[in-house]
Design a protein around this ligand. Structure first.
Ligand SMILES: *Cc1c(COP(=O)(O)O)cnc(C)c1O
Length: 949
């Protein structure tokens, strides 16, 4: 016997859980003594109600090593077959410029950042999003674009509801959908219309509008068939009937074709995928939506605008937020919260990299190859369905479509079979002469002199529809042509921002934990990135296995029976879950059950989603401890006994507490015939400790971009799986009874390897250890800070769950110092602020997660304690209320160089206790005036002169 490690131990190395969890055993011991428990288990047992406590460990595979899990993923990747993807239908192969892939997609400065709610530390990604908006505005010819939606199909659905809100057509008017709209778009629009009780009419609009009242019209441009049509008459006829026109347009085509704006359309929607974002089996991709002037205040999604900071310098921030769910709740323009920021940024950089002339060449390449391909087939006797096309042609095959599609597949090329007779072929940025020759050969055509055919073949774009107007004239689309310039541009933007690569982001309800490199790497492997969502099943075995594993594991972790990974955000998961509940009630003949009870503290998306599912929101009060007021719940249930569809309850509560009565709450709702929706976005306090599917939930959504390590990307992507008990399984999205709620069957499939890897690397013990550490960290912060800032709510034994609310209201009342001041002062101390004024106005909600180490937690405590001391000096009258380090925060480096007339010194302004000059994070702008920007709305890149002194 020796005490040297065994081969197995040496092979296993350091368990991944120890890399993921920031706390060492010694850290935990120290923190436990502060919190007053002997072990993490004792702490959890004290905090979690016995009625929901899970005794048995999760039945998940034991933890693998980073090497073994990567090898398993490689094996899965090997079961996917990358092909030349010429299927089209809204998804086109593209080249992600390596300079963008490496510096953005694979760069934690970009992917770990949070949604830019703290604009002073988010100027880089806000500028990138403004570039994206400018790009969409220019290409679509409409003046205002939002900062991304979840995909093209949901963007079209949002266009429908936007049209409904603003059209003056009669109440019972319908939404008209052209028959050449992408099938997945039609399907998602159908699901949304069902939810809202909107009537849809399908028609071939090439013959003009059918009779009837319409509030909106949706056309595809170019059509799903590839055809390019003049839509002037449709717009004129629609407007004559009070209908708004939404055009689903291909951004690349718009570099050559007349814009939706030039046709007089009101709304344009689409995907920016082919601007450098890989296919990824259907997502994540940024959907876009732009509107004409006059519709901006009804716009769904986030909108970046230009405002000014305290020095009057231009600065970016989110505009018109009163439209959004976190403020307007059930009256919001949509339930969009997480969107597709990272992918929108990539698309914007792609446009900046290529510039208008480069994009035009790429568009011409796709078009010319399609034209030459068509000519070759036509010469060989094939009939081409449409004379006018951009990049997609339809070939008639005398009933042999399947044969030609198979012949192409043998040559490594995917084509689209459209019925027995038609084959669709889409060209793109990656098309080459060799590939065209291979397609011809699949059709039995050989010996074509492609160069000669190119010379002899005219364009397939109709002359009157050619674009005459300029686009992308802003200098950002002209200044970064060399790779050196591009690399520095990207680095310069990233340098302005605060992400997890700089320090902790203690945002309550957002779970900003580690996004490990080993989890991220597979995302860019071609076997995952290069797969078309409509590729045949025999080419996508790896994805199928990954999806099946993840569904099984998530069902086990939550105690539910079935899971759908389709929703591409938490809010979409909510919608899917509520639609399932509604369909279930309908199937039982309970058509009248349409009331959704929502506690007053709930996340804003809950109410917005309920409305989208056709439900009426009734608010349930919270008691003084922040829990659902049981008496009021019972009263409300009695009042609506026959009409209650569901209760949506967040667990642990939005206040970050394990409510004792949750099982009782669920039972009361079931007694009244309602279903229980447990908002599982905060699963980080439950994994391995309790299962919502066991303690009363019928359905939950999870946020893989919170608990399961998908990075926030500056505000997306995300995955919001919906998990249900068996009686709701038939009503999961896209499985028959309820339509799809995202364009691609597996939603944002391309980022599922991240969560798969996390579960596989942690194993059941690691996951439970993460939960324990997250709860310990939150309680440690609560305990250390409660002497300085009252902790608003706690459960048994004064414990919180995974986050805690610091109540600043008494401090504000006494001193005038606000949560805003504290949040901005934290920037001077090198922190991202906690969640501000949610779920309680005037408070900060702190969620440290398990990934931070004790030193970082202590740094945060020290900063908060120092800030409290500063507040006290304001309170004592030592500094004036309008001139102190808090109201003036954040301080930029430029402020220090100015004449200094403040009653505190520069040292305290920029280098307060604990801040080292050598490692300091400098905000690029001073405090931003949001209201000014809303009054003077500017949502495209300002001229460079705006930045001159
Ligand atoms: C984050 C969150 C949501 C919304 O998730 P998105 O992915 O942003 O749509 C819903 N509910 C709760 C409690 C959340 O914390």
């Amino acid at each position: 016997m020796t005490d040297r490690p065994t081969l197995d131990e040496l092979t296993a190395g350091v368990p991944f859980a120890r890399r993921h969890i920031g706390l060492t055993a010694a850290d935990r011991q120290k923190m436990l003594s502060t919190v007053g428990y002997d072990s993490v288990d004792a702490l959890l047992r004290a905090a979690v109600p016995a009625s929901i406590w899970l005794d048995e460990p999760l039945d998940l595979p034991a933890a693998g090593t980073e090497a073994s899990v990567t090898a398993e993923l490689r094996a899965y990747a090997g079961r996917n077959k990358p092909m030349a993807q010429m299927i089209g239908l809204g998804y086109h192969d593209t080249i992600t410029p390596p300079v963008i892939r490496r510096n953005v997609l694979e760069n934690p400065s970009w992917y770990t950042a949070y949604t830019p709610y703290q604009p002073e530390i988010s100027q880089g990604r806000l500028e990138a999003l403004l570039t994206y908006q400018t790009m969409v505005e220019d290409l679509t010819g409409l003046p205002i674009a939002n900062a991304s939606l979840l995909d093209e199909a949901t963007a079209a659905a949002e266009a429908m509801t936007l049209a409904r809100r603003s059209s003056k057509a009669p109440k019972d008017a319908a939404f008209l959908v052209d028959s050449d709209v992408l099938p997945q778009t039609r399907a998602v629009v159908g699901t949304r219309a069902d939810g809202l009780g909107i009537k849809l009419v399908d028609a071939d609009l090439s013959a003009g509008l059918p009779d009837g009242d319409f509030f909106g019209v949706l056309v595809q441009y170019p059509g799903a068939s590839g055809v390019v049509r003049d839509i002037t008459d449709i717009v004129t006829q629609a407007h004559a009937r009070q209908a708004l026109v939404a055009v689903a347009a291909d951004l690349l085509a718009l570099t050559l074709l007349r814009t939706p704006g030039e046709f007089g359309a009101d709304i344009a929607v689409g995907s920016s995928q082919r601007f450098g974002v890989p296919l990824m089996f259907g997502g994540p991709h940024a959907g876009y939506l732009s509107v004409r002037d006059g519709l901006q205040r009804m716009l769904p999604g986030r909108l970046v605008g230009v405002s000014k900071d305290a020095d009057g310098a231009p600065a970016y921030r989110l505009a018109l937020q009163t439209r959004e769910q976190h403020i307007r709740r059930e009256k919001a323009t949509s339930n969009i919260c997480t969107a597709q920021v990272l992918l929108a940024n990539i698309a914007a950089f792609y446009a900046a990299w290529h510039g208008p002339e480069g994009l035009r060449l790429i568009a011409q390449r796709a078009h010319r190859y399609a034209a030459v391909l068509a000519a070759g087939l036509r010469n060989a006797g094939f009939q081409i369905e449409h004379e006018s096309f951009f990049d997609t042609i339809l070939v008639r095959t005398r009933g042999k479509a399947a044969h030609y599609v198979a012949a192409a597949a043998q040559r490594g090329i995917n084509l689209r079979q459209a019925g027995d007779d038609l084959v669709g072929i889409a060209c793109d940025e990656t098309t080459t002469s060799e590939r065209i020759a291979a397609v011809w050969s699949a059709f039995g055509v050989s010996d074509v002199d492609i160069a000669a055919l190119d010379t002899a073949t005219g364009d397939g774009l109709p002359e009157p529809l050619l674009r005459q107007s300029d686009y992308l004239r802003h200098e950002v689309f002209h200044s970064h042509r060399s790779e050196t310039a591009m690399m520095r541009f990207l680095r310069g933007l990233a340098a302005k921002d605060y992400g997890l690569d700089r320090g902790m982001i203690p945002l309550g309800s957002c779970t900003m934990k580690l996004n490990a490199a080993v989890e991220m790497e597979p995302v860019s492997w071609p076997e995952f990135a290069g797969i078309h969502p409509l590729a045949p099943a025999e080419q996508t075995g790896g994805y199928a296995a990954l999806v099946a594993d993840l569904e099984t594991w998530l069902a086990e972790a939550t105690g539910y029976d079935a899971v759908s990974l389709q929703p591409n955000s938490g809010a979409q998961g909510e919608l899917a879950g509520l639609l399932a509940i509604r369909a279930y009630h309908d199937a039982n003949g309970d058509h009248h059950r349409d009331i959704c009870l929502i506690p007053s503290s709930a996340h804003g998306t809950n109410a917005a989603s309920a409305v989208m599912a056709g439900m009426k929101v009734v608010v349930v009060k919270c008691d003084d401890d922040g829990n659902v007021d049981l008496a009021h719940l019972r009263e409300t249930l009695d009042k609506h006994r026959d009409d209650v569809a569901a209760l949506m309850i967040t667990y642990p509560s939005t206040h970050g507490v394990y409510e004792q009565a949750v099982a009782e709450v669920c039972a009361a709702v079931h007694d009244a015939g309602g279903q229980v929706y447990v908002d599982g976005a905060n699963l980080n306090a439950l994994l391995g400790v309790a299962k919502p599917g066991r303690f009363g939930g019928d359905v939950s959504h999870l946020n893989l971009h919170k608990t399961f390590c998908i990075p926030h990307g500056g505000g997306g992507p995300g995955v919001g799986p919906v998990a249900v008990r068996a009686h709701l399984a038939d009503y999961l999205p896209g499985r028959g009874a309820v339509g799809p709620i995202a364009a691609a069957a597996n939603g944002s499939a391309g980022i599922l390897p991240i969560s798969w890897a996390y579960l596989r690397l942690m194993g059941p013990d690691g996951l439970r250890a993460a939960t324990g550490s997250a709860v310990l960290a939150a309680n440690y912060l609560a305990r250390r800070l409660s002497g300085h800032f009252p902790v608003l709510y706690s459960g048994t034994d004064g414990l919180v769950a995974h986050e805690c609310i610091l109540d600043l209201r008494p401090i504000t009342k006494a001193t005038g110092v606000t949560v805003d001041d504290v949040a901005k002062r934290l920037i001077d101390y090198g922190f991202h602020a906690p969640t501000m004024s949610f779920p309680v106005a005037g408070t900060l909600m702190v969620e440290p997660t398990e990934s931070e180490d004790l030193a970082e937690l202590d740094r945060f405590v020290a900063a908060m304690v120092a800030i409290k001391a500063e507040i006290d000096r304001v309170g004592a009258g030592e500094w004036p209320k309008d001139d102190n380090p808090l109201v003036n925060a954040p301080h930029t480096s430029a402020t220090l160089a100015e004449d200094w007339s403040h009653p505190y010194d520069r040292q305290l302004a920029a280098f307060p206790a604990g801040v080292r000059p050598a490692t300091k994070y400098w905000p690029p702008v001073r405090r931003i005036d949001g209201a000014y920007g809303d009054r003077n709305l500017v949502c495209s890149c300002p001229a460079p002169e705006a930045f001159e002194d």
